[in-house]
Design a binder for this molecule. Structure first.
Ligand code: PMP
Ligand code: GLN
Length: 387
């Protein structure tokens, strides 16, 4: 190898290809049912397709404004005001992003400096830690303990010090399917009072919440909203993960800093999709129908899994269900997930990838954002494993 290649040094030496890319490819290669990466296998609404096509025909094919088109930002402000009774200024406090991933990258990059600490809750979504690292920060992991994955706020309090720049919360939570309660949010609010800590509240599953629970958005808590970025994803809400469109909201001083970064990551995002969303989002039925839509899927999947050897705590939100295999195999979760994909033709996500130390708790994550036929077929396979 040339010395040039030998002398290359990685900025992320411990990071490898995302598990979502790995497992989806493996599912394809082995012709397995893919319940690994989180995306629906049913179509987006015909109306949305029509609206995007119409926007393209009407000529919305050039750059959108850097912060996103004003119609969409206004429609988001209206939706947030209807849902939570809180007003965000669409001019200065809302930015349309290339999915939640770009928002997360931009928010962390705008504020985290060399040596800063960011508190994350593990198992944690896989983009947080690499983004913290690339900005010179350090992730401080608070472990959510199985099987209920509740936050120990005393532990969070003990972890906060003068280096703590940011706390990242995620409710409903990927990968555990748990949600933060009002009491959790109040505990966090009390902890950050009188600090300079910024909150990144990843709420991409705000509309995928079950059993009549109310989503506890950071916008509802004054002491949080004043220091929070709330991150959302239209990919999750409107079954269109491939359109990579989302947004973030924050008080204008924070948003001002975020936009400095956003403009140099993507400048602006997909224009015709924004145009379509600004119409589609105005009908509340398009998002208010989601809890019951996905609860039916969760219930169908869980009912079909009765009698399986996996252990289950029903998901309270997101479109993920954890299944424990402690009574089936001693294998580590990555090996087990790979074997299930190759031998049983069912792909899932091993939970160890969401811990900094790859802790193995013998749990796999299955995505139930699939049509009924796929879910029943998958359950039939899962029921045979370990018997
Ligand atoms: N945060 C969480 C918790 C997620 O599960 C995902 C995956 N959808 C994202 C952020 C990224 O969302 P997007 O696809 O809109 O970039
Ligand atoms: N958020 C999705 C998941 O958790 C995947 C996103 C991605 O592929 N990066 O499965």
């Amino acid at each position: 190898m040339s010395s040039f290649i030998n002398n290359l040094s990685s900025k992320l030496p411990t990071i490898s290809t995302s598990i979502f890319a790995v497992m989806s490819q493996m599912a394809k290669d082995h012709n397995a049912i893919n319940l690994s990466q989180g995306f629906p296998n049913f179509p987006v609404s015909k109306q949305m397709i029509e609206l995007v096509s119409k926007a393209m025909r009407q000529g919305y094919n050039q750059y959108s404004p850097m912060q996103g088109i004003i119609e969409l930002r206004e429609a988001i402000a209206e939706k947030v005001s209807i849902l939570y009774g809180i007003n965000y200024n669409p001019e200065t406090e809302i930015t349309i992003t290339a999915g939640a991933t770009e928002a997360i990258y931009g928010i962390i990059s705008a504020f985290v400096n060399q040596g800063d600490e960011v508190i994350i809750f593990a198992p944690a979504y896989d983009s947080y830690d690499p983004t913290i690292q690339i900005n010179g920060g350090k992730s401080i992991e608070i472990e959510l303990k199985a099987p209920n994955f509740k936050v120990d706020w005393q532990e969070v309090k003990n972890a906060i010090n003068y280096k703590t720049k940011m706390i990242i919360i995620n409710t409903p939570h990927n990968p555990t399917g748990t949600i933060l309660s009002k009491k959790d949010m109040q505990s966090l609010e009390a902890l950050v009072q009188d600090t300079n800590i910024i909150i990144l509240s990843d709420e991409v599953y705000e509309h995928i919440i079950f059993d009549d629970q109310k989503h506890q958005s950071a916008v509802l808590y004054k002491g949080l909203a004043e220091r929070s970025f709330v991150v959302a994803s239209f990919g999750k809400t409107f079954h269109a993960t491939g359109w990579k469109t989302g947004y973030c909201m924050a008080p204008k001083e924070l948003m001002h800093e975020f936009r400095k970064i956003h403009q140099f990551i993507v400048f602006s995002t997909n224009h015709p999709v924004q145009k379509a969303l600004s119409t589609y989002i105005k009908n509340p039925e398009n998002y208010l129908s989601l809890p019951s839509f996905f609860q039916k899927k969760r219930d169908l999947f869980l009912e079909a899994l009765k009698g399986s050897k996996f252990s289950v705590v029903p998901s309270k939100g997101t479109y993920f269900q954890l299944l424990g295999y402690e009574s089936i195999s001693e294998e580590n979760d990555l090996d087990f997930a790979i074997r299930l994909t190759k031998e049983w033709k069912i792909a899932s996500i091993p939970i160890s990838v969401f811990y900094l130390n790859n802790m193995d708790i013998k749990v796999l994550r299955f995505c139930f954002s699939k049509n009924d036929e796929t879910l029943l077929k998958a359950a039939e396979i899962i029921n045979r494993i370990g018997k």
